[in-house]
Design a protein around this ligand. Structure first.
Ligand code: ZN
Length: 113
């Protein structure tokens, strides 16, 4: 889903989103935006569970903080999956930044013969 379609689907005006830095988002950004007091979802206002930077037409790079439901409603199934090790590294970094100890349980689907 391209950015224009994403914003349209969520009913968002990019002018209402917070400007984002030109660098890539990192674990510290995630901890600050989604930590103990998460920012509100840009679409519905409930606590955000994901954040990312999008490059919007006419308004440049903006933060897109979304709750779980809004994130899943706009997930692109064609998007390549991220290797599990990379996902775990991001979770570990975010937990460390937030001063938390986390245990991660992974439930992988059974291998098909
Ligand atoms: Zn939402």
């Amino acid at each position: 889903m391209n950015v224009t379609d994403l914003l349209l689907r969520l009913g968002l005006d990019p002018a209402d989103l917070k400007p984002a830095p030109s660098r890539a988002a990192n674990a510290q950004d995630a901890a600050e935006r989604l930590g103990p007091e998460p920012l509100p979802c840009a679409a519905c206002g409930t606590p955000a569970r994901s954040t990312r930077i999008i490059d919007t037409p006419g308004h440049g790079r903006r933060w897109l903080d979304l709750c779980r439901d809004c994130m899943l409603a706009t997930a692109d199934p064609r998007r390549p999956t991220v290797p599990l090790a990379d996902t775990l590294a991001v979770l570990r970094d975010a937990a460390e930044e937030a001063g938390l100890t986390v245990r991660i349980l992974i439930d992988e689907p059974p291998v098909q013969p």
